[in-house]
Design a protein around this ligand. Structure first.
Ligand code: HEC
Ligand code: HEC
Length: 261
């Protein structure tokens, strides 16, 4: 193959270094030749005695305002595309074989979806589709779904009533203690702190409902988080929790959650 000699490009991009602001807990940019010690964010404005900051402050302000506006537009367009449960029911026909017609699966390998929050369901389907959550079956099932399909299917499942399960009487006490109080010795946080006292989670925060879920499925997920095989939890929230759990604790808490209602 003949090589074509291209003229060398001469411009260089100087990557600015980030340093912590000395006034507020954010970062600011400091280029090697221009020293400044405060960030370019609004609340440091009273400290604007540095030439670089004075120069860049109006520009930064404009960028921040535009970014805020973009966020607003993105949020409002998301709420506009709310799911249609009736359409979702039609689209969920292919899911029923495993998850049950009404989202109450009969097999412990397949999670119950009935009553689960829309936001969490949509996130999982997106994660399966873009392979952030790895599972052969679900990666294939989510692949053809559009954003609207996901919203519709999630809206359908959220409306369905969950059929609760029962806990193993031999494990329920240990499970309850872990769920409500964690484990001080291993620094394990209480599940209740995020998933709520009754296990219904927190839709806005993206904490899923767990109550009544199959113990077998819960165990699989906790083991997967602990092994870092499931890695789609924001800020490693669940990987950090599961890392502190023993097999025995996983079994007990899963059984307790299956009986929660
Ligand atoms: C062949 C069986 C099967 C079919 C069909 C199937 N799923 Fe799943 N689904 C699973 C399994 C197994 C898991 C658990 C995956 C894991 O362990 O990560 C799962 C997990 C999920 C989850 C995550 C639940 C949670 O609590 O995190 C959602 C959401 C989901 N499926 C939705 C769907 C939708 C929507 C369809 C239809 C388009 C579908 N599934 C079809 C087997 C199936
Ligand atoms: C700091 C908050 C927090 C704490 C504490 C916490 N969780 Fe979670 N948990 C989450 C979040 C967030 C998710 C959803 C991750 C995602 O988006 O995929 C989750 C997901 C899960 C799932 C997967 C659910 C599903 O349907 O696939 C299980 C199981 C779970 N948590 C169990 C527990 C148990 C058991 C404890 C206590 C030992 C616990 N969690 C403590 C935040 C928390």
């Amino acid at each position: 193959m003949r090589r074509i000699a291209l003229p060398r490009t001469t411009f260089q991009i100087q990557v600015p270094t980030l340093y912590r602001c000395q006034v507020c807990p954010t970062y600011h940019i400091r280029s090697p030749d221009r020293q400044s010690r405060v960030c370019l964010i609004k609340w440091c404005a009273p400290f604007l005695d540095e030439p670089l900051v004075q120069e860049l402050f109006p520009v930064m302000n404009k960028i921040l305002t535009i970014a805020a506006l973009c966020c607003l537009i993105a949020v409002s367009s998301l709420t506009l595309a709310a799911g249609d449960p009736a359409a979702g029911k039609q689209k969920a026909v292919t899911c029923a074989g495993c998850h049950g017609v009404d989202g109450n699966s009969m097999n412990g390998e397949w999670p119950k979806l009935a009553g689960q929050h829309v936001k969490y369901l949509v996130k999982q389907l997106q994660n399966f589709k873009n392979m952030e959550r790895v599972n052969n079956i679900m990666n294939g099932m989510a692949m053809p779904l559009s954003q609207q399909d996901m919203e519709d299917i999630a809206a359908y499942y959220e409306e369905q009533a969950l059929q609760p399960g029962v806990a193993d009487p031999a494990l329920v006490e240990q499970g309850r203690r872990l769920y409500q109080g964690g484990n001080l010795e291993s620094d394990l946080p209480a599940c209740m702190a995020c998933h709520g006292p009754n296990g219904v989670g927190n839709p806005a925060a993206g904490f899923p409902s767990l109550a009544g879920q199959h113990a077998q499925y819960l165990q699989t997920q906790l083991h997967a988080f602990r092994a870092m095989e499931r890695a789609n939890d924001p800020a490693m929230m669940m990987r950090n929790v599961a890392a502190k759990m023993t097999d025995e604790e996983i079994q007990a808490v899963s059984s307790y959650i299956q009986g929660l209602r």
